[in-house]
Design a protein around this ligand. Structure first.
Ligand SMILES: [Zn+2]
Length: 135
């Protein structure tokens, strides 16, 4: 028997298909990669739906980045026009190297600026001022 014909296989606990071990996720050893990808997509979707639901009575405002917004504590909704993906983030608007960025809450407390997320030109953004909600 040639080595090529021998492949270790495993059965996926989600779809039940028997596939080569290389097609399995490293984090979920008994789930194949497509099933794990699907699971992550669904989790993201339900997480996004939950935020949509909780914020449904609030008014999202278009985020026009100006210096006046620096320091504002916001919930941001982003839409990537290239990948058609929607996402949410919470943080403080700030500026780094002349570019607008969102600084995570936990990093702001530590005065830690390594993990800023720059606002991207390929995305559209909306925001809700969190401090206004809490008042
Ligand atoms: Zn599977």
């Amino acid at each position: 028997m040639s080595e090529k014909n021998y492949q270790e296989t495993r059965k996926c606990e989600v779809c039940g298909e028997i596939k080569p071990v290389a097609d399995f996720s490293k984090s979920y050893r008994n789930r194949c990669k497509p099933c794990v990808a699907e699971m992550c997509r669904n989790e993201r979707k339900s997480h996004n739906n939950l935020i949509e639901e909780k914020t449904s009575t609030m008014k999202w405002q278009t985020l026009n980045l100006t210096d006046a917004l620096i320091g504002m504590h916001v919930l941001v909704k982003g839409y990537n026009r290239i990948t058609s993906k929607e996402f949410f983030a919470v943080g403080y608007i700030d500026k780094y190297s002349n570019q607008f960025a969102l600084l995570r809450e936990e990093d702001k407390e530590l005065n830690y600026i390594e993990s800023v997320r720059l606002f991207s030109r390929s995305c559209s953004y909306w925001y809700i001022n969190i401090d206004e909600i809490e008042e």
